[in-house]
Design a protein around this ligand. Structure first.
Ligand code: SAM
Ligand code: SF4
Length: 325
């Protein structure tokens, strides 16, 4: 079992397989040119897998593949099969913008993928275009339908932003009710890579919008999930991911591995240790030692503090497209 320096059990590994993306979301990587190619020192799937085996042997039983856009990485289905063959019981999921799901969902399901979390920030073509800086909506909606058709579990992630998509919170709930899928609203997390003009919504403002049409009851956090759950009068459950809340980090159970082999203890901070040289040499003990050190160093909490950012206050410099969110 993996225990961090604050006594929390860590059983969840998020693995980013690429920093590249086919979208340029305003809150994530708005300014990278579409032709941008990141450093070509990605770990191979075999190298990533060598570390993942160490983590699974030590008690990791939940793995999420993310990015950048993970579906851009060739051979992803083979990677998923490697993980699934090694530990079929592992809760294996993928976070994606769904653009490439229409043509990949079946292959991924066949390889052993169980669930997908899909980013859907708007149901209006122009707004979706504004957010992703590309005409994406029709293809994303097809991707969601395909995932459901092939039997993948689907959850929707939405990042509400003032003056951009804050008027669509209720529409996204209706869309999800219709398809019997859960939506999780994610508070915008301030970071130095995002568009400066973005103003996120606080969890309480998101809930106020929902209350314009529904009565809601708080259910609480589900185990170590970052999502606080609520139920509507009609029985529909949704989640709110609220990293600005002071109790958010109390049960944190996760660490993150980047495509270049950096092992990151907390989404907020820049600190990371590399497993790259160990896995390139096939040095399992070396990788296990780095893992032990990262767990020891895992911070107690992030610094997305409650309330608005004050003038001049530093935001996180950690890029979401690198850590995978
Ligand atoms: N490309 C995939 C996608 O968009 O789902 C996976 C990677 S993306 C970095 C993972 C998650 O991070 C997405 O749900 C996205 O909405 C979220 N995200 C990115 N930047 C964020 C920010 N500044 N605040 C809150 N969530 C963010
Ligand atoms: Fe790409 Fe996902 Fe970042 Fe959007 S949130 S730019 S889809 S990595």
């Amino acid at each position: 079992m993996l225990i961090d320096g604050h006594g929390r059990t860590v059983n969840y590994l998020r693995v980013s397989v690429t920093e590249r993306c086919n979208f340029r979301c305003q809150y994530c990587m708005p300014e990278k040119p579409f032709s941008w190619v990141p450093k070509e020192n990605l770990l191979s799937f075999e190298e990533l897998f060598l570390f993942m085996k160490v983590a699974m042997d030590e008690g990791v039983n939940k793995i999420r593949i993310t990015g950048g856009e993970p579906l851009l990485r060739e051979g992803l289905d083979t990677f998923i099969k490697m993980i699934n063959d090694y530990q079929p019981d592992v809760d294996l999921a993928l976070t994606t913008n769904a653009f490439l799901l229409p043509q990949t969902a079946q292959k991924l399901k066949d390889a052993g993928l169980k669930r997908v979390n899909i980013s859907l920030d708007s149901l209006k073509p122009k707004v979706a275009h504004h957010i992703a800086q590309k005409d994406v909506l029709a293809q994303v909606l097809l991707g969601i339908d395909k995932a459901l058709e092939v039997g993948l579990g689907v959850k929707i992630n939405m990042v509400p932003m003032k003056g951009i998509n804050d008027d669509e919170i209720l529409d996204i709930i209706d869309y999800c009710i219709e398809r019997k899928i859960k939506v999780r609203f994610i508070e915008y997390m301030e970071n130095s890579h995002a568009s400066k003009s973005i103003e996120g919504m606080h969890g309480r403002e998101i809930l106020e919008k929902v209350k314009e049409r529904h009565t809601i009851k708080a259910l609480g956090r589900e185990g170590a999930s970052p999502s606080f759950n609520y139920v509507l009068d009609n029985g529909y459950e949704f989640g709110l991911i609220d990293p600005h809340k002071h109790d958010f980090c109390e049960n944190c159970n996760r660490i993150r591995l980047t495509a270049e082999g950096n092992l990151i203890p907390c989404l907020y901070f820049d600190e990371a240790l590399s497993i790259a040289s160990s896995v390139k040499k096939g040095d399992i003990q070396g990788a296990a030692d780095v893992l032990a050190q990262v767990l020891k160093d895992k911070p107690k909490e992030n610094r997305w503090i409650e309330g608005e950012l004050e003038e001049g206050q530093e935001v996180s410099t950690r890029a979401f497209y690198e850590t995978g969110g």
